[in-house]
Design a binder for this molecule. Structure first.
Ligand SMILES: *Cc1c(COP(=O)(O)O)cnc(C)c1O
Length: 587
């Protein structure tokens, strides 16, 4: 469609594996323009493709059976791409030789992109683990997946009141350009003004919730008095908690229901009342998710719960907008590390809402005690039931001991000073950091600009560089199996280890490889990759000929036996191991 419109993008940003067939079509277009074969077209165009993975579990990747692929893409492969179906299938398989393996769209996206990222720092780590099977000989932290943490578009999610408040302190252009001074400017807003802003926001949300619930009940044919009761529900001055999201089991929307009596006691406190708004949908095919909604509905039907909890149906962005503008606390309870990023909690930041969340996704990098509350110990747990119980207990405990007392502890002007301080820090530190502006800037600087430059270079001259890369890869295919290490010599003086090793490169040019000393990052030290220098070609050494000697010296702070020489392909501008995953270790 882009071609039909005359648009020739330099960057194609693949949002999740669903979009990965764009890799093939982009290569096909390049073949049409230049007459190059598929492999050259892929090598040239992939530099301009960026793949963002959003999934935290392998089961989340789209996969298609070989039969389905043959049915829909068999002719396309042979007639349009000029490759066999096996070659096409290999792009989506872990093991190219396994004809029973399904075609994995995320694998195609990796094989067809010049860079790859996850959507939060933690998700970057998780993704390196998930995609390790494609880079089996590489340490997990060298699996070539970086991260750009998501951000939300603040002008979409701020209320009119929040817009006024931010405009008054930070100006109308505050979300444009860099945001260095935003935190300092918003910190200057006095307690009374911040609290007044929150009070009005809570009142608006309570009014909205009353209207909406009354409409929902009337539409469902509820008795007149029930509809009337809904119109006076809730207390505009009480603490309002919000929980709204897709009802998927990994998000544990029933964590608050772990001990229903404890939840009831917490809500039904005449001195310090708490009200809770729940919203969410389950996927139509997700019976477990639907059962979680029923659990809430049953809980709310009890007389004791009814005045304090409502479930609003038809969760969508308009409802989200109302909720994030008015809640005091946004609760999020995913099972770590399943929440790749999460964005709903970012939407409350600009409006002065505070997050109470599991240390998963974005919150694992956003949380500090000054800006909100955290659940969990920041680790993964294999025993689901036990960690659910522990997290539920800490959720109730935080609400009982910290959240509720802090909200209701007021000074002589009725202001909850500690609460306002936390809210101010959340607004000042987190709003700029988790905004779309920051995310788009990172994508631009780290991925779009370098990717576009690499694509333009590789595509120039009918893909001349793309062709060179394919030739280099063919030379590697021929020569690599015979590459081997010879003798390793280590000399240690007072301060340094001096390593020297023979490398038999077979027919490969020393320019086509890089030899390194590697030591992993265990024991608090970070991993070291020290390039070794090619010093001379040894003479008369039949065992390793034609061989080269490589030498490097490193500080003797760690034992020499920690270091392992390794050799990997090298080509200027080509991402290793993303584009070529070969590597040989000396041991
Ligand atoms: C923001 C938003 C989401 C994403 O919320 P998460 O908590 O990140 O899952 C989902 N649905 C709607 C309607 C939203 O507004």
């Amino acid at each position: 469609m882009l071609r039909a419109l005359g648009i020739r993008p330099e960057i194609c940003h693949l949002n999740e594996g669903h979009a990965a067939f764009a890799v093939l079509e982009r290569a096909r277009s390049f073949m049409e323009d230049t007459g190059q074969p598929f492999e050259v077209a892929l090598a040239a165009t992939r530099a301009g493709n960026l793949f963002t993975t959003h999934t935290a579990v392998a089961a989340g990747f789209d996969k298609f059976s070989p039969g389905l692929m043959a049915q829909y893409l068999g002719t396309y492969a042979s007639d349009k791409l000029g490759i066999s179906l096996d070659r096409l299938m290999a792009l989506g398989r872990k093991n190219a030789g396994d004809s029973s393996e399904d075609f994995n769209m995320a694998y195609l996206a990796i094989r067809g992109s010049g860079s790859v990222n996850g959507v939060s720092r933690l998700h970057g780590q998780v993704s390196r683990r998930l995609f390790q099977p494609l880079f089996t000989r590489w340490p997990e932290d060298e699996v070539p997946i970086a991260h750009v943490t998501n951000g939300v578009h603040m002008p979409t999610w701020d209320s009119a009141l929040a817009d006024d408040l931010w405009t008054a302190s930070c100006g109308k252009e505050r979300w444009l350009g860099t945001s260095d001074h935003l935190d300092a400017d918003i910190r200057k807003v006095p307690d009374a003004a911040l609290w007044q802003f929150r009070t009005v926001a809570s009142q608006s949300l309570v009014e909205y919730a009353r209207r909406r619930l009354a409409l929902e009940l009337a539409a469902a044919g509820a008795p007149h008095d029930e509809v009337e009761t809904a119109k006076h529900l809730f207390d505009p001055n009480a603490l309002t908690l919000g929980f709204a999201r897709r009802f998927a089991t990994y998000k544990r929307p029933n964590l608050l229901l772990h001990d229903p009596q404890r939840l009831l006691r917490l809500l039904d406190n005449s001195q310090r009342p708490v009200q809770l708004i729940i919203a969410g949908k389950a996927h139509p095919a997700d019976d477990a998710g639907k059962a979680l909604i029923r659990e809430w509905v049953r809980f709310i039907r009890q007389a004791g719960a009814r005045p304090h909890v409502i479930f609003l149906s038809d969760y969508d962005m308009l409802l989200t907008e109302q909720l994030v503008q008015g809640v005091d606390v946004w609760i999020n309870t995913p099972r770590r590390p399943w929440e790749a990023c999460g964005t709903s909690g970012m939407k409350v930041l600009v409006n002065g809402g505070i997050n109470l969340s599991e240390l998963d996704g974005w919150w694992a990098e956003a949380y500090t005690p000054e800006v909100g509350w955290a659940l969990g110990d920041g680790r993964e747990h294999s025993d689901g039931a036990a960690s659910d119980a522990a997290d539920a207990d800490s959720l109730y405990g935080l609400l009982e001991r910290e959240v509720i007392p802090e909200f209701y502890t007021r000074d002589e002007h009725g202001i909850p000073v500690a609460w306002v301080a936390r809210m101010r820090e959340s607004m000042a530190r987190l709003t700029p950091q988790f905004s779309a502006e920051r995310a788009v800037r990172e994508y631009t600087e780290q991925h779009y600009l370098p990717g576009a430059a690499a694509y333009v270079a590789r595509a120039a001259d009918n893909g001349a560089i793309g062709k060179n890369i394919v030739d280099w890869q063919s030379a590697l295919d021929r020569g690599w199996p015979a590459v081997s290490f010879g003798e390793l010599k280590v000399a240690t003086d007072e301060h340094r280890h001096l390593f020297e090793i023979q490398v038999n490169l077979n027919d490969l040019n020393p320019q086509a490889v890089r030899v390194e000393l590697y030591v992993d990052g265990s024991g608090g030290d970070s991993a070291v990759r020290q390039e070794m220098e090619c010093v001379r070609q040894p003479e008369g050494s039949a065992a390793v000929a034609p061989g080269y000697a490589y030498r490097a010296s490193v500080p003797a702070t760690r034992p020499a036996s920690d270091y392992t020489p390794r050799v990997m392909p090298r080509y200027d501008g080509v991402a290793v191991p993303l584009e070529v995953d070969r590597i040989l270790w000396q041991r």
